[in-house]
Each structure stands twice: as C-alpha cells, then as structure tokens.
Design a protein around this ligand. Structure first.
Ligand code: GRF
Length: 198
C-alpha cells in the first residue's frame, strides 16, 4: 500500500513509520509527506528517509492541494500524525475510510475537540485514571470517533507528571502506529484505493 503522512509536528511518529517501512517486511511504503508548516520536524524526517515531501499551508487552496497531491502520488492510505486541525471532509470522503489517526489516550476516553497534546494527559491525570495509552483509529466526520484499529496501554505511575506521561505515551505510539498501519494495510490488501477508483 502506498501511504502518505500529513502533519505539522515534530515528526516522531513519521520517523517511526518511515523506519518500520524501511527496516521490516512492512505491508506499506511511505510515498509522500505533507506538512502544513515549512519549519515542521516532519519535513526533516522526509529528507532523512528520502521521501517526496510538500508544504501545504492552511489556506483556501489547502483542500484542493492535498487532494491533488494524493492523486499524483497514487496514495492508498493517508495517515494523520500531528495535524492540528480537523481534516477537511471532502478528503475524508474521497479517501473512502482509508484515513487513520493516532490519538494519545485510550479512546473513547479523553478524545474530541480540544483534546490534543498535553491537554489529553492533564485530563487523564485529573480523572484519576490508573491506565492510559494510545489509539489508532479510522478518521470520520467526528473528532476521534471512527473504528478503532489498535490500542496499547500503560499503567500510570504514582506522582507522574503530565509531561512524563506524555513522553511515555509518545514512546508507546512509536511502536503502535507502524504495527496498526501494517495490520490495516494487510486487511486492505488487493483492494488498493487508487486501483479501485482509477
Ligand atoms: C502525537 O502525540 C499524536 O498522538 C498526536 O500528535 C502528536 C504528533 O507528534 N495526534 P509527532 O509529530 O509525531 O512527534
């Protein structure tokens, strides 16, 4: 499966995904990185792994630009990794359920609007949860609401800070996301999106 990664963060998940695709019998190859910021770490990851990359900032032409890039690179599956806004619905619809996201909690807990970055971990600690984790899910019209593809969890340590928890969940994400994408792509095998819709 030909995948694209879209985001604007530090790119640690993009690095884990690229590294897995290069070093293992992966079911996917990373064919495109889209960054919504020229300065984002994810651009450096694309360069490091020699993956074609483009910068598409949020503007009136963002939606069209993403759609054209996906078509041009014959992308089967789009992966969100640190995208700070909801993906435009036209893209979700065109990709027919072939869009995944990773969220730093055990969805359906601590998801939805405003739940991103450190806010998620603060909410987890404030709720007094004893476990947390990360979730890979299909992207739909609603925030953090689609079918769950995979989850990993960890025990929260006594006295752990939000920043410490964020770091440990990030590490969990780096092993979970490539495995979840492998599983998702294996399920889609023989039904490549681009081939179906040409
Ligand atoms: C991750 O924590 C992910 O859960 C969230 O955005 C963050 C992206 O971080 N959706 P990075 O850019 O992959 O380091």
């Amino acid at each position: 499966m030909r995948i694209a990664i879209i985001g604007s963060g530090s790119g640690t998940n993009a690095r884990a995904l690229c590294s897995h695709a290069r070093d293992s019998a992966s079911t996917y190859q990373v064919c495109l990185v889209i960054s919504t910021k020229a300065s984002a770490g994810i651009m450096g990851v694309a360069e490091e792994f020699d993956v074609p990359a483009c910068v598409l900032e949020y503007s009136e032409t963002f939606e069209q630009g993403v759609l054209e890039a996906l078509l041009q690179h014959r992308i089967d599956v789009l992966l969100l990794a640190g995208l700070m806004r909801h993906l435009p619905m036209s893209i979700v619809q065109v990709m027919h359920g072939h869009v995944l996201n990773i969220h730093p909690s055990l969805l359906p807990l601590h998801g939805g609007k405003g739940m991103y970055g450190i806010h998620v971990h603060r909410a987890v600690l404030a709720a007094g949860d004893s476990v947390t984790g990360a979730t890979v899910h299909v992207v739909t019209e609603e925030y953090d609401d689609g079918r769950i593809v995979a989850q990993d969890q960890l025990d929260i340590r006594t006295g752990e800070s939000d920043v410490e928890l964020q770091e440990r969940v990030k590490a969990l994400e780096h092993s979970l996301y490539p495995r979840a994408v492998d599983k998702f792509c294996a399920e889609l095998a023989g039904r490549a999106f681009f081939e179906q819709n040409r």
